[in-house]
Design a protein around this ligand. Structure first.
Ligand SMILES: [Zn+2]
Ligand SMILES: [Zn+2]
Length: 295
């Protein structure tokens, strides 16, 4: 069994729960994941726990995961890997990073941020999920660059690895990885339904929708909630299921009403087109009046 130890950074807040988990994997040399914030006492504690370090990986460049990494890696003389962090060697999806007996595979998992990677130890069934999956509560989508569609794809990609245990960037270890990933996917599907039903009831702005869906939550989480609702609206807009008018805080949203396919007259048409999926395909492959149908 490989040693997997946690060093908790002293940076608790609403985003980081008890603080950032820095993970130390293996021995002499070890692999260090997410040195975290640039706090001297924390970096010294990691160094004591880690002993000789073979490699350092950063899951993404948020301020609670990355700022201590460059200095830490230099101080222990180990190479530093990340998807886009300045001063790190650039990771590719699927790249294997070795440190002693540890063979870690970088799994690009965008969504929370564009540069997010999970770290996969196949023999142990151990998946280090950074901020893509937390030990408690839900992850959020960074409003500036996050992407809910990509995030959902990343959750499925992680589930497909078949992990046993999740070592998250925040919160406790998750002993049933499969159940947790399914719970995350179900949670997002449920939120999407809530957003759609709020729109169906005539609510138009992010603020109105947040007030409806998060009525029972403390006010402190409203900014986070607004980011989550906005991520769902962006996804629905991108899929052509929601129309937006205005931008920024003034943006108003409405469901796109689904028309019936003009060809079969039974199935709903794909948003903003005349045909349902099967009929569009039939028309494209078409032996029938293609030009007329596509006018
Ligand atoms: Zn983050
Ligand atoms: Zn984080």
């Amino acid at each position: 069994m490989l040693r997997i130890a946690r060093v908790l950074a002293p940076n608790p807040d609403v985003y980081t729960l008890e603080g950032t988990n820095t993970w130390v994997v293996g021995d002499d040399p070890s692999l260090v994941i997410d040195p975290g914030p640039d706090i001297r006492e924390h970096l010294e504690e990691i160094a004591r726990e880690a002993g000789r370090v073979g490699a350092v990986i950063v899951t993404h460049d948020h301020p609670d995961h990355a700022p201590g990494a460059v200095g830490f890696a230099a101080s222990v003389g180990a190479p530093l890997f990340a998807f886009r962090l300045k001063g790190a060697e650039r990771l590719r999806d699927g790249q294997v990073v070795s440190a002693g007996r540890v063979e870690a595979t970088a799994v690009h998992t965008p969504g929370h941020t564009a540069d997010h990677v999970a770290v996969w130890l196949e023999p142990e069934g151990a998946l280090f999920t950074g901020d893509a999956v937390l030990g408690r509560g839900t992850s959020f989508i960074d409003p500036s660059e996050g992407d809910l569609s990509k995030y959902l794809a990343s959750l499925r990609k992680m589930a497909a690895l078949g992990p046993r245990t999740i070592y998250p960037g925040h919160g406790p270890i998750v002993l049933d990885a499969r159940e947790k990933l399914e719970e995350y996917l179900a949670h997002r599907a449920e939120r999407e339904e809530q957003v759609q039903s709020a729109l169906a009831d005539g609510l138009r702005s992010v603020g109105e929708i947040v007030q409806r869906i998060y009525a029972d939550y403390p006010r402190d989480v409203r900014p986070l909630a607004a980011g989550s609702v906005l991520a769902h609206l962006k996804k629905l807009e991108h899929e052509g299921r929601v129309d937006r008018s205005g931008t920024g805080d003034r943006a108003k949203y409405a469901l796109v009403s689904l028309k019936t396919c003009e060809r079969c007259g039974r199935r709903p048409a794909t948003p903003r087109t005349k045909y349902c999926g099967p009929c569009a395909l039939a028309v494209l492959q078409g032996d029938e009046h293609v030009a007329e149908k596509l006018d």
